[in-house]
Design a protein around this ligand. Structure first.
Ligand code: 5AD
Ligand code: SF4
Length: 452
């Protein structure tokens, strides 16, 4: 770690998009902390602003762009302010961003975030605007040992791979995040071990396509082997991962849900559509039947597994019959939860060139129908659990003391009343009394001794 130099400098970070971006923002904050930067929630008092952007859907990109526009005023007031754009929009737009917005100093792609301290120093030394969007298949994710940042101290994200090789026709990610690169297993294990020693009890392994971990270079463990090794690290009570592609969901990985105690019984398995014709045009490389077989197999191995998904409605050429097939899939799988989106054209994505675009109004109407039905199913799934007793990891308590909240292994929030004091990360047994749309209310049954 570098020695602290400018102890009074302040950094403000705004993060859009997925957990990969959240983790990247933490890494940038940690790198800048080593340079003496403290984080601030107030952009107007910052010396450095980083906007970590997402370009997965049109809306996410627009939000980031309008926020960047607002920082023009701050830069006018304080010419010493450095404004950096990171993440997927930075990679996608590159130098064009600097041309369009003269108040921006830095454009930093996902592979370049580790250079942030040097890039900021160069701007401070008068180097002018700079675009760092290098992307190489030979990139090595640095062996980064994190300090605990501002996130909750009991659970953390750990990036295990970057990029994506799948080229789903709607998706910008292979262009913004590049090809799949697995991180060295020794670095991953060292990072998790370090976190566990600092008191972290839950780890989520991150990648665009985590279940193809290890396939990009000979000699790496499979994803299932990696899970076993991470779970064996003392102190890790809960292990999660996201996101997975159904085509790479192996029997070996499914078996982990029977053999690894710490692995939470939750699988986020994006289906995108229930229609074979649409799946084919999306280049998803599985059929509806193959997907359903994997869901059935997962449930045979781990009957209490919660399965959640992502769905796109209104993909080019999606007919009412295609959409009906997706609605029917909801009834068959009965997902514990689903994120659903209206299709939007993305730069570079093949489907942007497809004809037969679905009108906005129809996309909107289909999305409301799907979300309304899924909300009912999500709620019914919760009601099925009312009366059961389950293990909850404490997240925190309310200020006045007796209201506590935690998460089930399936990652659902549980609120309960208790006069005792708990620490975040502590495991307690709670009876689920009432299902709400996004949480449960429960009664505490018992709890373990507080960790020393
Ligand atoms: N339009 C709408 N939704 C998209 N997603 C990815 N690309 C698009 C797009 N062009 C959704 C997918 C993916 C999730 C992260 O975002 O459902 O799984
Ligand atoms: Fe957004 Fe995807 Fe990039 Fe994450 S990887 S920031 S979700 S575009």
């Amino acid at each position: 770690m570098r020695a602290s130099r400018n102890s009074s400098r302040l950094l403000h970070i705004e993060t859009f998009g997925c957990q990969m971006n959240e983790r990247d923002s933490e890494i940038m904050a940690q790198l800048m902390a080593a340079e003496g930067y403290l984080t601030t929630a107030a952009p107007e008092e910052a010396d450095l602003i980083v906007v970590n952007t997402c370009s997965i859907r049109g809306k996410a990109e627009q939000k980031a762009m309008s926020l960047l526009g607002r920082y023009r005023k701050l830069k006018k007031k304080n010419p010493r302010l450095v404004v950096a754009v990171a993440g997927c929009v930075a990679q996608q737009e590159g130098v064009a961003l600097l041309e369009r917005m003269g108040h921006l100093d830095l454009v930093v792609g996902p592979q370049e975030i580790y250079q942030l301290p040097e890039l900021v120093a160069a701007v401070r030394n008068g180097a002018g605007q700079h675009c760092a969007t290098g992307q190489s298949p030979a990139f090595v994710i640095p062996p980064f040992l994190p300090e605990l940042g501002n996130g909750p101290a009991h659970k953390r994200f750990v990036t295990i791979m970057q990029g994506c090789n799948n080229f789903c026709t709607y998706c910008v990610v292979p262009y913004t995040r590049g090809r799949e690169i697995s991180r060295e297993p020794g670095d991953i294990l060292a990072e998790v071990d370090h976190l566990a020693r600092l008191g972290v009890r839950e780890v989520t392994l991150l990648g665009q396509n985590v279940n193809s971990y290890g396939q990009d270079r000979p000699g790496l463990p499979s994803f299932a082997e990696l899970l076993h090794e991470v779970a064996a690290i003392p102190g890790i009570e809960r292990l999660r991962f996201t996101t997975s592609h159904p085509k790479d969901l192996s029997e070996e990985l499914m078996q982990c849900f029977a053999s690894i105690d710490a692995l939470c019984p939750h699988f986020h398995l994006p289906v995108q559509s229930g229609s074979d014709a649409v799946l084919k045009r999306m280049n998803r490389k599985y059929t509806r039947a193959e997907y359903l077989d994997k869901v059935a197999r997962l449930r045979a191995i781990r009957p209490d597994i919660a399965i959640t998904t992502d769905i796109i409605v209104g993909f080019p050429g999606e007919s009412e019959a295609d959409f009906a097939a997706t609605m029917e899939l909801l009834e068959i799988v009965r997902y514990h939860g689903a994120f659903s989106f209206k299709y939007s054209d993305r730069p570079h994505a093949a489907s942007a060139q497809f004809g037969d675009k679905v009108p906005e109004a129809i996309k909107g109407e289909r999305l409301s129908r799907l979300q309304a039905r899924q909300e009912e199913i999500t709620f019914a799934r919760k009601q099925e659990l009312v009366g059961t007793v389950t293990e909850v990891m404490i997240e925190g308590g309310s200020k006045n003391g007796d209201q506590w909240s935690g998460r089930t292994a399936a990652n659902v929030i549980v609120n309960f009343t208790a006069v005792e004091t708990f620490t975040p990360g502590q495991l307690v047994m709670v009876q689920l009394d009432e299902a709400c749309q996004n949480s449960f209310r429960g009664t505490i049954i018992q709890h373990e001794e507080q960790p020393a």
